[in-house]
Each structure stands twice: as structure tokens, then as C-alpha cells.
Design a binder for this molecule. Structure first.
Ligand code: NAD
Length: 650
């Protein structure tokens, strides 16, 4: 297949890559590029070249079908050397994304111009790798070490405007990219070809202390992931030992990391996230068109869901109970959007437009045009029934009606609705406008059209949608309940809250279970436990420590005391009073306390997750172990580089 073509525009050559969908650096592209540069060099009528891509993007990464295959010549590092060695300047004209090998190709060119909406990045660390085609060596010869370290070790792409400010690109364009590239070419035709990056000195140098500081900060952010630190060391090697040594070191480390457990885990989750929403029975089913979204309840979740829907381009109507609640819901949405404005994610014009697309009401009759409605009212079955009764009466017969309930039986909610086949669950995570995960809950009667519409909605919101069945807590909360129980057992058996939390943090969780409970507040789950108390199986082991804390008025971080006590800066400190309470409870129950090592704590938590995961699979609640991994990583802080509880092996 021909993926690279060469045309002439006067004395400028235009090399065009056309390798959909992402113009990956497949073998045919690599070979085509070398061939094109050879031809340009030999053609005396040509003075410079433009490298541009067809379709939606510049080169946005490697060809995943070549993963795990033996490398076929020419390999990417050699292709980039060839571009760089061209005596005639090559201008990379970037639109869409220049990612990974794509940005490394652009770094091999002599100039880079980019469309205003383009994004550039080296995301290899997100797959447990480092750039393998010179990125760690060339980037700090173009931009400051600090910026290079930040881009490479975070893996986060930057917008064209930021790239321009840091010197990564030479110009930003607003109009047709090819015309801008041709205009740019005219300005450099009579200038000598710039020195290739590998032959330049690094932009700046850090001293030993600065490097130690940088490496420590990278390690802290990486939370156990090895690739970011190896990437930072590769950058340092390229700067301090020269480009040739740097390139060799980088390639060696890249190959080593490719076979590492962490990279395997990160690649596993990368592919799992992209396949998990694919359901054969809705394949080809046309979703309803979506323009207006209704949100019932403007509380924490409702306001977040409304914000996410506005940002995805929908008109949104929030229904609340009182004028004050309407105003408060609207104010929360405005606060979220103001945050996006402040961070530069949206412009003032867009902000104004989004606010204009939001309305509130106390009258369900105003939902007559809504195509999909998400209910986010109090977690109480009678309130949910009341709301769905009104929605059944007032919404279009084919409007999809979704509940954001955390635990309630959505089949029971659907049973009392007109057209129950359009009732589903959409379980968002807090904050709903930020968290990527969305559990799409399939009720017994849900039809393919409603499900297809729900997945289309999720896609528009940019969420990772995981299909699941109805059960107490769906996938995530159910697994969380199971491992929480085992953490509580460990308290009575000999561990202390901070010990369990420390082991979890050392494993890679952002925080431990007890610190997380303190942050969420202990009184809500206390109320739920009190409600469920009459129905509890008396033979089941019950740990009452959380109840005792609430009885003592320790509701968590917000009032300074919970599983921890909090200093005036909000820092959690182990509390000897809580330790004493835990130890006294063991004594009361006649349990001889024993020591738990960190490994044992993790083993206990992980096997509880896996056992519950197996049950969830056996009951058909999750479609695959991958679905469980995706949920726990994206909603519950499970460390991504461990691949998820079902992938993980001790
Ligand atoms: P919240 O108390 O912050 O908000 C609930 C809102 O619903 C209130 O503003 C209330 O005025 C409104 N409301 C109550 N009855 C109503 C009615 N009949 N009509 C219109 N509005 C009504 O609660 P929340 O935390 O946003 O939770 C809402 C739902 O989302 C619950 O089912 C909860 O289980 C679920 N959920 C919560 C979280 C979370 O982290 N908070 C996460 C996932 C799911």
C-alpha cells in the first residue's frame, strides 16, 4: 500500500502521508519517508520540503499491529536520522496530534509549524515506555530541560500555543495548513539549512543538585511507576554525555522497558479501555439523536453531570424542587465552568455560550424535548419512583431515562415506568465533569436502542463507558465493599488504619482506604449502615469501629477527626486514640492480634477484589475481567501500572 506520496509545488516538495486512521509510523510510512527524502535530495529543482498528513491528524503514534513483531527496517530512529541529514530543509506541518514517534519525526525535521488546534506530546510513559526514537535527546536541544522533563515524564501533550511559547514549534497557523506551510517555506528558501538537533548543544544544563531535585520530584509524581524516572535519566544522559551516547542509552532503555511488567500492564489497560464499550448486540444499532439533556437534581452529582453535558455541546435543563435549589444547582455548574475558563480550557465566549445553553425549572413538563434524562436525586427508592413516575408522564416516549443511583435496584425503578425498555443506569463518578469513568447499567428490559443511545451519549461526553448488569453496587462499588470489609477485618485482627493505608500507598494507590473514607465523610455510610441494620445477617462478621467513630462525633477530615486526626494544615496524623479503640475492640471480641506485613495487607486486599471480581463475572454483571480492571483503575485509584486487580499477579 502506498502511504507516502511526493508532489511538487514549484521548488518545494510536498511529502504527504496518508495512513488512516492516525497516520501511524507503519513500515510502509517509514520506507516511504526514506524514499521521499532520497528523491528530494537527488532532484536539483527542489530546494526544500514540507511533510504533511492527510486526514484528521499528523502522525499520532506507532502502528499497534506491529507491537510485539520483530522490527522491520528501516526502523524509526534511522528514518529520523535520514530526515535530519537531508541537506534541504524539511518543514513538518502539524495538525491534529503529533504524538510519540510522530513528534519524534517532527523533531527530525528542520522546522515545525502547527495548526492552532494541534497538540504535541511524547506520551510513551503512559504505556510504561520512554521515547525510543531520539525524543529524549532532541527535545532538550530545542526547549528548556525543565519543559522537556515535564513533557516526557508526564506524557501529557501540549497545545500548539504552549508549544510555540516554549520554542517547540516555529510558527502557529490559523488557516489552511498547506498554504501556511508553503508561505513559511518561501521565507526560508534562501537561508542555509539549520543544524540538525543532534548536532546542537542542549538549550540549558542543570547542575547536580538541580538534577537530584528534578529526579526526586519525578519519582514522587510517578508513584511507583518506573518509566518516568528512566526517561528523566535518559534526558540527563543525552545532555551530559552528548547526543550519540544519549541516543544509544535511550534505545537500550526503551527495549528494556518494552519487556517490563509495568509496560505490559499499561498496554493491557490501554487496549482494555478501548475495547470495553464494544457490545456485539448493539453493533450497528442507530442511537437516538441527542440534543437536549435533562438532569433531575442539581446537587453534587447533578451539577457535575450537567457541566459534563454542556461541555459536550448539549442543551441542558436541570429540574429541582425549589427556586433556591434551582439557583444553587445553576451556581455550582457556573463554578465548574469558571474553573475550566480559568485553566484556559474554554474561552470567555464559549463560557457565555455554555451558560446560555443551561436552564433550570421546577416543572417536569419542561422536559418535553429532552432526548435523554439523568436522574441524580436522593438515594431513596420512594423518591426515585416518584421522579421516574413524573418522567414517564412528561418525557417523549422514546426519551432514554437514566438513573445515577449508586446502589438501588434499577430494574425495580424501571418496573414502574411507562416503556421500561428505555430505562437504564448511568453511574457517574464524582466529580462527574472530571472523572472519566461511567458505568452503563443494563436493566433487564433495556432495549438495544436505549443502550446504543447511552453509549453514544457517553462517547460525546468523552467518558470511558463500561457496560454492567444490575446488582448491589454494580462493578466498582461492589468490589470496593468487598475489600473494605477485609480491611476492617484486618483492623480487628491486628493491623492499624495507617498501616493499611501506608501499604496501599506504597502499592501505588493515591491514598489508602481509611484516609479516603475520612475525606468523603464517615456519617453517610454510618446512616446507611443504621438503615440496613435490621436486615443484616446476624451470623455475618460485623466490624463496628466506623460506627464508634461516628458516635464519638468523628466524621472525618471536615471536622478534624476520623480514622485520623488532622492538623491545622489538614494533614492526616495517626491518632493514638483510634489505635487504642481498635486494639480494645479486638480484646472485646477475644481476638489475638497479630502482625501484618505490607505484602500481606496487599495480598488480602487484592484477593478480596479478585474473589468478588470472579463472582461478578460468573453472574454476568461484567462482560470480561478487562471491564473490572478498567473500572477499578479509572474510578477507584487502583494503580494503572499494575494493570488492574484481575490482571495483577503477586
Ligand atoms: P445531593 O444530595 O448532593 O443532591 C441531590 C439533589 O436532588 C438535591 O439538590 C435535591 O434538592 C434534589 N432532589 C431531591 N428530590 C428531588 C426531586 N423529587 N426532584 C428534583 N430534585 C430533587 O446528592 P448527590 O451526591 O448528588 O447524589 C445524587 C445521586 O447520585 C444519588 O442517587 C447517589 O447515590 C448518586 N451518586 C452519588 C455519588 C457521589 O459521590 N456523591 C456518586 C455516584 C452516584
Amino acid at each position: 500500500m502506498v502511504t507516502v506520496t511526493l508532489t511538487h509545488a514549484g521548488d518545494v516538495a510536498v511529502i504527504t502521508i496518508d495512513n488512516p486512521p492516525i497516520n501511524a509510523t507503519s513500515h510502509s510510512v517509514r520506507a516511504g519517508l526514506v524514499n521521499a527524502v532520497d528523491q528530494i535530495e537527488q532532484d536539483a529543482s527542489l530546494k526544500a520540503a514540507i511533510l504533511i498528513c492527510e486526514g484528521k491528524t499528523f502522525i499520532a503514534g506507532a502502528d499497534v499491529t506491529e507491537f510485539g513483531q520483530p522490527a522491520q527496517d528501516p526502523i524509526l530512529p534511522d528514518v529520523i536520522k535520514r530526515l535530519e541529514a537531508s541537506p534541504k530543509p524539511i518543514i513538518a506541518a502539524i495538525h491534529g496530534h503529533a504524538l510519540g514517534g510522530g513528534l519524534e519525526v517532527a523533531l527530525g525535521c528542520h522546522y515545525r509549524i502547527a495548526d492552532i488546534s494541534a497538540k504535541l506530546g511524547l506520551p510513551e510513559v503512559t504505556l510504561g515506555l520512554i521515547p525510543g526514537a531520539g525524543g529524549t535527546v532532541r527535545l532538550p536541544r530545542l526547549i528548556s530541560t525543565e519543559n522537556a522533563v515535564s513533557m516526557i515524564t508526564s506524557g501529557k501533550p501540549v497545545f500548539a500555543s504552549a508549544a510555540n511559547e516554549m520554542g517547540l514549534i516555529d510558527a502557529i497557523t490559523h488557516g489552511a495548513l498547506i498554504d501556511a506551510a508553503k508561505d513559511f517555506a518561501k521565507t526560508i528558501l534562501d537561508q542555509p539549512c539549520p543544524t540538525p538537533l543532534v548536532d546542537r548543544v542542549p538549550v540549558d544544563a542543570l547542575n547536580n543538585d538541580q538534577w537530584q531535585e528534578t529526579l526526586a520530584s519525578v519519582a514522587k509524581k510517578a508513584r511507583g511507576q518506573i518509566a518516568p524516572q528512566i526517561a528523566a535519566t535518559a534526558i540527563r544522559t543525552g545532555i551530559e554525555k552528548g547526543a550519540a551516547a544519549g541516543l544509544m542509552h535511550e534505545r537500550e532503555k526503551f527495549i528494556e522497558l518494552r519487556d517490563s511488567d509495568q509496560s505490559k500492564a499499561l498496554r493491557h489497560i490501554f487496549f482494555a479501555e478501548r475495547s470495553v464499550a464494544k457490545l456485539p448486540d448493539i453493533d450497528g444499532v442507530k442511537p437516538n439523536s441527542l440534543n437536549e439533556i435533562g438532569v433531575i437534581g442539581g446537587g453534587i452529582m447533578g451539577a457535575g453531570i450537567a457541566t459534563a453535558s454542556l461541555l459536550a455541546g448539549f442543551d441542558v435543563k436541570i429540574i429541582e424542587r425549589t427556586e433556591d435549589a434551582c439557583a444553587s444547582g445553576k451556581a455550582t455548574v457556573e463554578k465548574h465552568l469558571a474553573g475550566s475558563l480559568k485553566r484556559g480550557l474554554i474561552t470567555q465566549d464559549r463560557f457565555d455560550g455554555l451558560i446560555a445553553s443551561l436552564s433550570t425549572s421546577m416543572d417536569y413538563a419542561d422536559l418535553g424535548n429532552a432526548d435523554l434524562v439523568v436522574e441524580a436525586v436522593f438515594e431513596d427508592m420512594s423518591v426515585k419512583h416518584d421522579v421516574f413516575g413524573k418522567l414517564s408522564a412528561q418525557c417523549k416516549p422514546d426519551a432514554v431515562l437514566a438513573s445515577n443511583t449508586s446502589y438501588l435496584d434499577i430494574n425495580e425503578i424501571a418496573a414502574k415506568c411507562v416503556n421500561p425498555q428505555r430505562v437504564i443506569g448511568l453511574h457517574f463518578f464524582s466529580p462527574a465533569h472530571i472523572m472519566k469513568l461511567l458505568e452503563v447499567v443494563r436493566t433487564n428490559k433495556a432495549n438495544a436502542k436505549s443502550l446504543a443511545t447511552a453509549f453514544a451519549f457517553a462517547r460525546k461526553l468523552g467518558k470511558i463507558a463500561v457496560p454492567c448488569g444490575v446488582c448491589d453496587g454494580f462493578i466498582g462499588n461492589r468490589i470496593m465493599s468487598a475489600y473494605r470489609k477485609h480491611c476492617e477485618y484486618m483492623l480487628e485482627d491486628g493491623a492499624l488504619p495507617h498501616q493499611i493505608d501506608n501499604a496501599m500507598v506504597a502499592f501505588g494507590f493515591p491514598m489508602g482506604l481509611f484516609a479516603m473514607q475520612d475525606m468523603a465523610g464517615l456519617e453517610i455510610s454510618w446512616a446507611a449502615r443504621k438503615r440496613r441494620a435490621p436486615f443484616r445477617d446476624p451470623s455475618e462478621r460485623y466490624v463496628a469501629l466506623g460506627d464508634y467513630l461516628c458516635e464519638m462525633g468523628r466524621f472525618g477530615k471536615k471536622n478534624g477527626f476520623g480514622w485520623y486526626r488532622y492538623d491545622e494544615n489538614g494533614k492526616a496524623l495517626p491518632d493514638p486514640n483510634v489505635d487504642a479503640l481498635v486494639i480494645a475492640e479486638s480484646t472485646k471480641k477475644g481476638i489475638t492480634r497479630r502482625n501484618f506485613t505490607d505484602d500481606e495487607i496487599i495480598e488480602t486486599i487484592l484477593s478480596a477484589m479478585q474473589r468478588e471480581g470472579d463472582k461478578i463475572l460468573a453472574e454476568g454483571i461484567a462482560n470480561s475481567p478487562d471491564a473490572i480492571d478498567v473500572v477499578m483503575i479509572n474510578g477507584y485509584g487502583f494503580p494503572r501500572h499494575k494493570g488492574g486487580p484481575m490482571f495483577w499477579q503477586a
